[in-house]
Ligand binder design. Structure first.
Ligand SMILES: Nc1ncnc2c1ncn2[C@@H]1O[C@H](COP(=O)(O)OP(=O)(O)O)[C@@H](O)[C@H]1O
Ligand SMILES: Nc1ccn([C@@H]2O[C@H](COP(=O)(O)OP(=O)(O)O)[C@@H](O)[C@H]2O)c(=O)n1
Length: 680
């Protein structure tokens, strides 16, 4: 996940390959609650790991439900059988509507029937999301429900610690036109109390988002409860209903998340050698309503083929066709159409989307404001959005309103024909449903190397390059190339093979060739914070001074340097790279948009290295370090091949008097100044 203030996505040119998507949010949270309410244990597989599911898991545990990890995306839930072991709790539910609504209904009913008291709260935005209709329905039933701040909104107090009789004889009336989650909440909760009578729910207004109700009914059936449905107006839960665990249940991949990759396949030309985008884990027979996004994408010109629990998407009609569509049946995925509309041949109108206004943010307003920043003409109505593509695209900072879908939608603007990068603010908001969204996107997107930014940090030993480069990479969300590690690896591999690395031997042409071959065939792997040589963790061995000295000697051998060029070039991957070394700016990435030449006085550098080694428990003598360091400087600067020197366009930074944070800020300021994104 990109836990950084903003992520710059370079202009993208093509896409192709396979993606596996996280489990559906709607299914995940419903299944967790049903498993917790059931008799017996349930193994839940392919569960989505996201903010919303974490909130639900935490709440269920707090309510006394035992839940244990059972694999990478699996949990085993010990069902409570509808009985409450914890009678009083304050639950914080973040911004998770899929936890707030069903827990409100289930806990209100259980609190009233078993005599308990709960408080449910969330982030400030959650306290602005209406829940009044559900509260009214629960009060009709005889549940004590108190709105603690504003009538009709969370935070809520459910129950008062005493049992209350429930009025289950009369049909329960609920509105269907604000959020279908109210009806879902009642459908999930009422089987707990439908013991002596059939319980009837009547929907008094037109029901929106019907497909989500179908998911609910489908899952209720998996947990042993049948609901009789008359049209979309009347739902009857049979007397004596009881939740029973299905034993094991697998969550489908999220169809709303799939919409971004369907749109990607429709917008991006297929990368040569690929046949479009394949989305695994969801097919056209999905129980999720958002699968009908496929129909809309086809209308706009996408080619989508069902490959049995997978979808293959290719770009077909181009530019895409503008459409005029009632989107009531795909409320979440329809946002993705607004971004596809930026690539259409005319004006697209998305209708019947009033529910967007009460989601994580006012999504109609958000899509209009952010789309306009890109140069599109957008008309916003109470329940519609009309999008005309930009005639001249603009470089934009996309504000994301703590809304995962806004972030994911606008990432697709990186295919703009003007080849402008797109800045996504607060990219970690995708954590709500798809924590690895950007990583997944980058894994199937391609762009010419020169469009992927590289920040080069070159300079002499112990100037702080490694420290600065690692910090920059983490703050920009970029990959990190520690090129010195490659020379250290060659030195270490040579030592292990019994190959001499003395300067005299290295001057022998045949010996130099052997070392070049060794470098070309290095069996090396990098994992976060670790380096592996032939399957062995050599992270510590590489950082010793003797490895550094050997690296310094082998790095003067032209055959070794040539052998390592491709490996270094391959590290230039989306969304960007910070490269640390001696010749990053001069030889390996001469076209890099920012090159820093980092120096500090020899005395300062020797002291830093001394401190660094001592702190790691490695004995070191300052005078020896100074002598070694000067010898390495001399060798690096005077070798014939790729000597250490500042690139002509490098920015010189002497950090003798700066601390680490000051050096980082210096480079970030320079970098952001160069990007010229509009200031918000
Ligand atoms: N600006 C700085 N001020 C003080 N110490 C620094 C600074 N930059 C780095 N250091 C420290 O100096 C030591 C050497 O830094 P390192 O990044 O390993 O250098 P290099 O990669 O250039 O050899 C580390 O212990 C690091 O914490
Ligand atoms: N791009 C690079 C990186 C390192 N090197 C060499 O490899 C040695 C080890 O690199 P390093 O960056 O790990 O070393 P330190 O600067 O951390 O001491 C350096 O002394 C350089 O001689 C190089 O020649 N070219």
């Amino acid at each position: 996940m990109f836990d950084i203030p903003s992520l710059d996505i370079p202009s993208l040119s093509s896409a192709g390959g396979r993606v596996r998507l996280p489990g559906s949010k709607s299914i995940s949270n419903r299944v967790l609650l049903l498993a917790a309410l059931s008799d017996g244990p349930t193994l839940v597989e392919d569960l989505l790991d996201s903010d919303d599911t974490r909130v639900m898991l935490a709440a269920l545990r707090q309510l006394g439900c035992a839940i244990e990890e059972a694999g990478p995306a699996s949990v085993r839930v010990q069902g409570l059988g509808g009985r409450l072991p914890v009678r009083e709790a304050a639950l914080f539910l973040g911004n998770a509507g899929t936890a707030m609504r069903p827990l409100t209904a289930a806990l209100a009913l259980m609190a009233a029937s078993q005599g308990a008291r709960f408080e449910l709260s969330g982030v400030p935005r959650m306290h602005e999301r209406p829940i009044g209709d559900l509260v009214d329905a629960l009060r009709q039933l005889g549940c004590p429900v108190q709105c603690l701040q504003t009538e009709g909104y969370p935070p809520l107090r459910l129950g008062d610690g005493a049992p209350h009789p429930l009025h289950l004889n009369e049909p329960i009336r609920v509105r269907g036109d604000v959020s279908s989650q109210f009806l879902t909440a009642l459908l999930l909760a009422l089987p707990l109390v439908a013991q002596e009578h059939d319980v009837v729910i009547e929907v008094v207004t037109e029901l929106i988002s019907k497909p989500y109700i179908e998911i609910t009914l489908n899952l209720l059936q998996r947990f042993g409860v049948r609901v009789r449905r008359e049209g979309w107006q009347r739902f009857t839960i049979a007397r004596g209903s009881r939740y029973a665990s299905p034993g094991r249940i697998a969550v489908e991949a999220d169809a709303s998340s799939a919409s971004y990759f369907i749109a990607l396949g429709a917008i991006a030309p297929a990368t040569p050698g690929t046949d479009g985008i394949v989305i695994e884990g969801v097919g056209l027979d999905s129980i999720q309503g958002d699968i009908r996004f496929v129909e809309a994408a086809r209308l706009m010109g996408a080619e989508v083929v069902d490959e049995g629990n997978a979808l293959r998407v290719r770009r077909d009609t181009w530019p895409l066709k503008a459409i005029d569509l009632d989107c009531n049946h795909i409320p979440d995925a329809a946002m993705t159409l607004a971004v596809m509309a930026l690539y259409a041949n005319g004006t697209t109108t998305l209708r019947n989307i009033a529910s967007w206004r009460v989601k994580e943010t006012d999504r109609i307003a958000a899509m209009a404001i952010e789309g306009r920043k890109l140069g599109a003409t957008i008309e916003e109505g109470a329940d519609y959005l009309r999008v005309t593509p930009p005639t001249a695209w603009k470089k934009a900072n996309i504000h994301t309103y703590d809304d995962h879908r806004v972030a994911m939608c606008f990432s697709l603007a990186a295919f703009n024909p003007a080849r402008l990068p797109v800045r996504i603010e607060d990219p970690k908001c995708v954590g709500k449903t798809f924590p690895d969204y950007f990583e997944t996107l980058f894994s199937v997107c391609h762009t010419p190397a020169e469009r992927i930014p590289v920040v080069c940090i070159d300079g002499p030993t112990a100037s702080g390059k490694g420290t600065l480069a690692a910090e920059l990479a983490s703050r920009l969300g970029y990959h990190l190339l520690d090129s010195g590690a490659l020379y250290r690896l060659v030195g270490l591999a040579a030592e292990r093979e019994g190959l001499s690395t003395t300067e005299a031997d290295l001057r022998e042409p045949a010996h130099a060739e052997r070392l070049g071959r060794l470098a070309a065939g290095l069996d090396v792997r990098f994992t976060p914070g670790k380096t592996w040589l032939e399957g062995e963790d050599v992270t510590e061995a590489l950082r010793t001074e003797s490895a550094g000295m050997a690296a310094s000697r082998v790095s003067a051998v032209p055959q070794v340097r040539t052998a390592l060029v491709d490996l270094q070039l391959q590290m230039r991957r989306l969304p960007g790279l910070v490269a640390d070394g001696r010749d990053m700016g001069t030889v390996i990435f001469p076209g890099a948009p920012l090159k820093i030449y980092l120096t500090a006085s020899a005395g300062q550098r020797a002291q830093r290295r001394h401190k660094q080694l001592i702190s790691k428990g490695i004995p070191a003598i300052l005078a020896d370090l100074l002598a070694d360091l000067e010898a390495r400087d001399a060798r690096d600067m005077n070798r014939a091949h790729a000597p250490l020197k500042p690139a002509e366009d490098a920015v010189l930074l002497d950090n003798s008097e700066l601390d680490i944070e000051q050096s980082v800020q210096f480079v970030l300021k320079r970098w952001h100044g160069q990007q010229a994104f509009p200031v918000r």
